[in-house]
Design a protein around this ligand. Sequence first.
Ligand code: S3P
Length: 171
Amino acid sequence: MKKIYLIGFMGSGKSAIGRRLSYSLKIPYYDMDQEIVKKMGMSIPEIFATYGETFFRQQEHEFLKTFRDEWCIISTGGGVAVNPSNRKHMRKTGLVLFLDATFSDIWKRIHRDVNRPIVQSSTREELEALYSFRKRHYKAAKHITIKTEGRSLRQITEYAAFQFHRLKTNN
Ligand code: S3P
């Protein structure tokens, strides 16, 4: 086990927790979306508009399969865990933490976001349906679920760090 993967729906706090966890555990942090943006030299909405969602999903898959073999924390895009091969790879190469936020918290955080094409092209009802659909995939991929409702970023980070140390000691 070399990696810590943060999975969950858009707006569940993966990047914010990833950065804090990196600081607390002293392990480098990478944001998968940002790595794809860097590689392509385009923003996420530009990639979706120019090449389509299927192409973007391939980029995510390739990132997972080829990213350097070192201790690191990776925050994944909200759609990554839907692909069974991605789930298998994450479970094999790391500890998978599912940030389980409520849809109402998520909606508050993301509904105005112009950088998330899926939010731009969906109604609230459609997003909620996607949230429910994906939840079973997050559950299938995860080693640990962290419920975020009513918890501060600090509390969530401390809990994630605790789980990491616990599993590391047992392995
Ligand atoms: C997506 C989530 C985004 C990004 C892209 C698609 C999704 O990442 O990968 O806009 O399908 O849920 P975040 O979960 O970091 O917002």
